[in-house]
Design a protein around this ligand. Sequence first.
Ligand code: SF4
Length: 210
Amino acid sequence: MSKDRSSKNTMENSGLSADEQLLFCNARPEPYKPYSIKAVEDFANWARANSLWILAFGTGCCSIELRPLMTARFDISRFGIAGRPTPRQSSVFIIGGYVSVKTLKRIIRSYEQMQGPKFIIALGSCPANGGMYFDSYNTINQFDLYLPVDMYVTGCMPRPEALLAAIMELKEDIKVGNCDGANRYVENLDWYKANQKKVIKNWDMPDYNW
Ligand code: SF4
């Protein structure tokens, strides 16, 4: 955490008052650096892929398809997958359907509070292209302008089997080190922040929510 509040490695936090700025960390996030020994990184990726913890935050109607995966029929706990009630303990964020501008703000806060490496699955047509809300005044129609997506599941709404298949594919990608969404986010943070601030008019939070 940086104490230098004027360095180039800090965020402006211009949405906050001077008093509030002192309360929040203003350091810029850094990309994840793999272990220098390949075998160690491979082992870490194997462990990550086999202990995916999903943030329990449903954004739209597609989220209802998450629940069957927790039941005896699909039983995703056999794959080391569990739901968690807090971003601090979660490694996977499933964007379950349409995202209103109001919800986008909470999604950004939650995603940034997750510990890396972290992954996003965009579930349903709405996060990909707006779906039936493509011309809505208050629903975003291309989610990956605002946060990085590691896996898409198309459909309106996709069946639980499709979501399960996407999670299995995500696991394989994580194992071989192919999921770099979180790194893309911090490496292109200024671009993402500009897009986020274009749609979120009442930006009253830190520029990065540690
Ligand atoms: S893709 Fe269909 S089911 Fe999913 S959030 Fe959009 S409208 Fe709802």
